[in-house]
Design a protein around this ligand. Structure first.
Ligand SMILES: [Cu+2]
Length: 356
């Protein structure tokens, strides 16, 4: 019986150990890829080793005493008692206080450093937590689109390498009737610490990537049914690639020569889609701009390789399934099922995938 228990416990421990040691984990705060994440990691590492040393010291002495002064057959005398030893008591009160004071110095310094106002050449991005996806608005004056609005994307944030990005983190405003307004938390473990998106508040955080690459993240505050489907990624690019990306995002939506795609644009502009989605450069039948609120900006939808909280890859198959019944594909999705016909879906898919 005993042996079986040990065996089971051993297997469980081994399983836990093996999954905790994935070498290519994409969301690893212990592998910082930029100076802000590095700063936090440095603090964590030093505090961890101090805590580990204290743990082994205290537990070691405890185990030593338990063994040394355990009850033995025939032992009648009680070991020397130290209760009331003023010197010892003062020592073990002051020593931990000193250690904590020592730990507080780098901790407070790091907090102040990461909370400071940005100076120098920084890029500003407003991050908005929606249910259940992230919106990114590039608010710098040189990031305006042809229609004068900030470049706006969803799920994928593109940044230049080696440049400080100052994020303003918000939650969807209460007056937008799409989805619930709740607290989310933005976290790209390899690039920065985490920061809450609180309705009615603007929080800030710094981010920077040392190298081009893709850095995954996700909502870190339980926010409803599709909390786990609220992923996101930051793509860092070289300065030239980033400039190319910016120029493409500033342009109005592509107009495809493909007939099916053109029909899709008509379905889009003539239906309910325009209530919630913006497509820069597309017009309704009445000649108004397509500028809905509450849903992702689709102007350059096909330039992003994942959609709906990076739950799905941007391809015809996934898109077809999404348009057929969004809440069935992603529980709690704030985009209703519009019972589109097969023809409408085919046209919409052709159109949406032409929006590069
Ligand atoms: Cu969330």
């Amino acid at each position: 019986m005993r042996r079986k228990l040990w065996l089971v416990m051993g297997v469980v421990a081994l399983a836990a150990l093996s999954v905790s040691c994935v070498s290519n984990a994409s969301q690893d705060a212990l592998k910082p890829q930029g100076p802000y994440a590095q700063e936090i990691n440095n603090l964590f590492t030093s505090v961890f080793w101090i805590a580990a040393a204290i743990f082994f010291l205290v537990e070691g002495v405890l185990v030593l005493f338990v063994v040394k002064y355990r009850h033995r057959m025939g032992r009648t005398e009680i070991p020397p008692q130290i209760h009331g030893n003023t010197r010892l008591e003062i020592a073990w009160t002051i020593l931990p206080a000193l250690i904590l004071a020592g730990v507080a110095v780098p901790t407070v310094a790091t907090i102040w450093d990461l909370a400071g106002k940005p100076t120098g050449d920084v890029m500003h991005v407003t991050v908005i937590g929606h249910q259940f996806w992230w919106e990114y608005r590039y608010t710098d004056p040189d990031m305006k689109t042809a229609s004068g609005n900030p470049i706006t994307t969803a799920n994928v944030m593109v940044i230049p390498e080696n440049k400080t990005v100052y994020l303003s983190i918000e939650a969807e405003p209460k007056d937008i009737p799409v989805g619930e307004t709740v607290i989310h938390s933005f976290w790209i473990p390899e690039l920065a610490g985490t920061q809450d998106a609180v309705p009615g508040r603007t929080n800030h955080i710094y981010m920077q990537a040392d190298h081009p690459g893709t850095y995954w993240g996700q909502c870190k505050e339980l926010c409803g049914l599709s909390h786990a489907n609220m992923r996101t990624k930051v793509v860092a690019e070289t300065a030239t690639d980033f400039a190319t990306w910016v120029a493409a995002q500033q342009a109005p939506a592509a107009r495809s020569g493909d007939l099916l795609a053109q029909r899709g644009a008509e379905v889009f502009a003539g239906g309910q889609c325009i209530l919630c989605h913006t497509i820069d450069g597309l017009q309704t039948a009445a000649g108004n701009p397509v500028a809905g609120i509450g849903g992702p900006n689709l102007t350059h939808f096909a330039s992003r390789d994942c959609f709906a909280g990076c739950t799905f890859r941007t391809n015809p198959d996934e898109l077809r399934k999404w348009l057929a019944d969004p809440p069935a594909r992603k529980p709690g999705a704030a985009m209703p099922n519009y019972h589109l016909s097969e023809d409408q879906i085919n046209a919409l898919v052709a159109y949406l995938l032409s929006l590069n």
